[in-house]
Design a protein around this ligand. Structure first.
Ligand code: GTP
Ligand code: MG
Length: 375
């Protein structure tokens, strides 16, 4: 939608543009011209200074229609069935997230990583007592805040990995904040329990301070003592995750509908073009489907599961590598399947224009923040 600028505000509230510009200059020290974009809140405040209550009405856009079409309708909701829970591993850098997940899958991702730091979100499915669990790994490095936030947003349960020799650290606290913001239950894996001189009292105290009093301490946060090295506690952790998942009765999806979900990571791969790891959250994604993801679109050329096997479709909660998009989407962007390529192109082109429009608009937008700072 078009941004509010000084001219359109002037027309909307019947105050001369010159008076608006003078007011911004005099009371806020801002020098702007008639085409300067204003953030909605700033425009409301400015109007208020002239005794006008400005109500900004948002017109429905094609984008709104699209996102609504991606939501399940009533009949689809009636057809919902249980899907595997999506479990995100969060925690401070080096506390053992990847090692723990690796131990769970009994493969060897850690040794293949450069420098041992997880550079992207990996996602895998494992079977436990005949039921699938989907795990999403995240990096603990401070540079990856956005990825942890996105991880928390696609998840049903968070496993918060806390190293027993280190305790609650900055990225632990940040992970807790993400999990709380996403309103998902937290299971704590008190990892590296094999190390000597572990001070449980200290860590339980730190956890209690974060509002995560362990069950052992009379609180209600499940804490499982684990070691990715010896394997201690892994069965108990999976057991606990199964119990927590059962209690969350909203872990449902409609496999028969067109797929929607979230991009976890994406890159350009030589010979394969754009490759995106996506998590299917609802519906089933099939080879040949036409999908839109962020500014990219394309016909799904191939799908690979977490073990690198080629598959023809991916159902709810399944992480899958997709090739066929024309542009690299940003991790965290939603994807959805649309009717045909021309519709997909239309959506993607509108989005690309908008992205450019926003990038241009931002440069001269008067924000509430700089409005306040000049007052
Ligand atoms: P980032 O992805 O970089 O945030 O780290 P991470 O949390 O994935 O940690 P990672 O699994 O890479 O492990 C970090 C280091 O801790 C490695 O050297 C592991 O071998 C070691 N480690 C992980 N789990 C355990 C454990 O249970 N016990 C002991 N003794 N060492 C562990
Ligand atoms: Mg890692």
């Amino acid at each position: 939608e078009p941004p509010i600028n000084v001219r359109s505000l002037s027309e909307a509230i019947g105050i001369r543009a010159n008076d608006l510009i003078k007011r911004m200059m005099n009371s806020m020290g801002l020098q702007v011209n008639i085409n300067a974009n204003l953030e909605e809140e700033s425009a409301v405040m400015l109007a208020m200074e002239f005794g006008v209550e400005l109500e900004v009405i948002h017109e429905r856009t094609a984008e709104d229609d699209l996102l609504e079409a991606w939501e399940p309708d009533e009949a689809e909701v009636l057809n919902q069935v249980p899907r595997p829970p999506v479990i995100t591993i969060l925690g401070h850098v080096d506390h053992g997230k990847t090692s723990l997940l690796d131990r769970i899958r009994k493969s060897n991702v850690v040794s293949g990583e450069s420098g041992g730091i997880t550079q992207h979100i990996g996602a895998y499915q494992v079977e436990h007592e005949g039921k699938l669990l989907t795990f999403v790994d995240t990096p603990g490095h401070e540079a990856f805040t956005a990825m942890r936030a996105r991880g928390a947003n696609v998840t049903d349960i968070v496993v918060l990995v806390v190293a027993a020799d280190d305790g609650v650290m900055p990225q632990t606290q940040e992970a807790i904040a993400h999990a709380k913001a996403a309103d998902v239950p937290i299971v704590i894996a008190l990892n590296k329990i094999d190390l000597p001189n572990v001070n449980l009292n200290k860590i339980y105290g730190e956890l209690s301070q974060q509002d995560l009093a362990p069950e052992e301490y009379g609180g209600d946060t499940p804490v499982v003592k684990t070691s990715a090295v010896t394997g201690q506690g892994i069965p108990e952790l999976l057991e606990m995750l199964g119990i927590v998942a059962e209690l969350r009765c909203e872990i449902l999806a409609t496999p028969s509908r067109p797929a929607t979900g979230t991009c976890l990571e994406a890159s350009i791969s030589e010979g394969r073009g754009v490759v995106a790891t996506v998590l299917v959250q609802d519906g089933t994604l099939k080879v040949g489907d036409v999908m839109v993801c962020g500014d990219g679109f394309g016909r799904v050329r191939a799908l690979f599961d977490d073990k690198g096997n080629s598959v023809t479709e991916a159902g709810p909660s399944m992480p899958v590598e997709v090739s066929g998009l024309d542009e690299v989407p940003t991790a965290g962007e939603k994807f959805g399947v649309v009717e045909d390529v021309s519709r997909a192109r239309e959506i993607a082109e509108t989005r690309r224009l908008r992205t450019r429009g926003v990038a241009l608009g931002e440069r001269q937008a008067v924000t509430l923040e700089n409005l306040y700072s000049k007052m």
